[in-house]
Design a protein around this ligand. Structure first.
Ligand code: BGC
Length: 443
């Protein structure tokens, strides 16, 4: 494993004391032990031929359920302050399921790593449906159960992971579970997840939690040109993917016009927004890359492994002249500075302290210098946003381990630690050593 020689030459700027360095994972992507939990929408989706590119399932994944001690040892050795994982709702619904998280949280605390659970990271129990309003109330009940059990050791909570992606990929485009292709009829799934978020914040507060956030995916939207049609399309894309999820959470309002598209009467939507806008202690941002958007081109577009239908009112374009990750995503660190300063400008005092809850890239190989370059660039870009006055309190790398990358199966490797999916052996990559040095020096 490379360590010191993997450290880029330029000195890293200093981060404030107490800045939280961490890594992230999610239950469905790493746990395995599928027989010890109820089925989720992802199990049904994965079982349909052609849904997952390499035909794989997450039944075993990294077998973290059985190997969590080894993984906690990797976290301890990495020296991170915090570990963001997700709690699997279908596992909690199964006999003994919560015991696993009890053991994991105990092991983390014993290793001096702060547990930061996400309560929903896309693995909805089979039979539930975000198009149904009742799912939000069911989520809040489940959250109360988890908080009641783990709240004595967990301080920092995340309600949802990326409701935007879950709506877009899972309900609008049908490339993720539950595989629905509803386009704009998917909006109720967004509203109900947002409502679930607000109800979860209340449930967590009722259980005594004082450090609650959400992990929303965001990225700057760049118009393909100055042409008014491109600018308008880009603005619409920004509305759908960024503002539809940030505005209600941070301001208690949908962007102009969007509220009318949500399920329920205007009075009901307004009442829901009271709940959705429940103040947060911090706001989590998952950042990967900006998106370049132009007017529709009247044809399907292949983009980042997803086919975008011709009838969308925008088209996604390549960002040229940038290195690409193995996933084909452009590497644009300054997009993170732009995103965060833009958020500060748009939301002002309504923006609580920010935590980067995911940032990372897919590359093959153990000597993953491309990943080091990506992370190095993004950590510096984050620091520039902080120098510009954005209050950022933490940074989590996606991900600790190579894992089940949803519809891509095991083909995309985001880990600081390599996983051999035949033997399940873990091998730290060069980037693991680099991040360990950063965390040590960052303090
Ligand atoms: C998701 C992760 C995923 C990562 C890389 C994020 O959108 O939260 O689950 O693995 O991106 O695609």
């Amino acid at each position: 494993m490379a360590t010191d020689d993997a450290m880029p030459a330029r000195p890293m700027p200093r981060f404030p004391d107490g800045f939280l360095w961490g890594v992230s994972t999610s239950a469905h992507q790493i746990e395995g032990a599928a027989g010890l939990r109820g089925p989720s929408v992802w199990d049904a989706f994965t079982a349909e031929p052609g849904r997952v590119k390499d035909g794989s399932t997450a039944d075993v994944a990294c077998d973290h359920y059985h190997r969590y001690r080894e993984d906690v040892a990797l976290l301890a050795d990495l020296g991170v302050d915090a570990y963001r994982f997700s709690v699997s709702w279908p596992r909690v619904d199964s006999p003994g399921g919560l015991d696993f998280y009890d053991r994991l949280v105990d092991a983390l605390c014993a290793a001096g790593v702060r547990p930061v659970p996400t309560l929903f990271h896309w693995d909805l129990p089979a039979g539930l449906d975000w198009l149904e309003r009742d799912t939000a109330a069911r989520f809040a009940e489940y959250v109360s159960v988890v908080a009641g059990r783990l709240g004595d050791r967990v301080g920092k909570w995340i309600t949802l992971n990326e409701p935007a992606e879950h709506t877009l990929l899972g309900h609008a485009l049908g490339v993720h579970a539950p595989g629905r292709k509803l386009l704009f009829d998917a909006l109720p799934a967004a509203h109900h997840q947002l409502l679930a978020h607000g109800l979860a914040v209340r449930a967590l507060r009722a259980a005594g939690a004082a450090d609650v956030g959400i992990a929303n995916s965001h990225g700057p939207t760049w118009p393909a040109s100055n042409d008014p049609a491109d600018r308008e399309a880009a603005e619409f894309y920004d509305l759908l993917l960024n503002r539809m999820f940030a505005d209600p959470v941070l301001t208690g309002r949908y962007p102009e016009g969007l509220g009318d598209l949500m399920p329920g009467s205007p009075g009901e939507v307004a009442a829901d927004l009271e709940i959705i806008g429940e103040p947060l202690d911090w706001y989590g941002v998952n950042y990967y890359a900006p998106t370049r958007v132009g007017a529709p081109q009247g044809a399907e577009i292949e983009f980042g492994g997803v086919t975008l239908p011709a009838e969308l009112p925008f088209s996604v374009r390549e960002i040229e002249g940038r290195p690409l990750t193995d996933f084909g995503w452009p590497v644009v660190p300054e997009g993170l500075t732009e995103l965060l300063t833009g958020f500060r400008d748009r939301y002002g005092d309504r923006l609580p302290p920010v935590v980067i809850t995911e940032n990372g890239c897919s590359y093959e190989g153990l000597d993953d210098r491309d990943r080091i370059a990506y992370l190095d660039g993004h950590v510096r870009a984050l620091h520039r946003a902080m120098e510009a006055g954005v209050d950022v309190r933490g940074y989590f790398v996606w991900s600790l381990l190579d894992n089940f990358e949803w519809a891509e199966g095991y083909a995309r490797r985001f880990g600081l630690v390599h996983v051999d999916f035949t033997t399940l052996e873990r091998t730290p990559k060069a980037s693991y050593g680099w991040f360990r040095d950063l965390v040590r020096h960052g303090r």
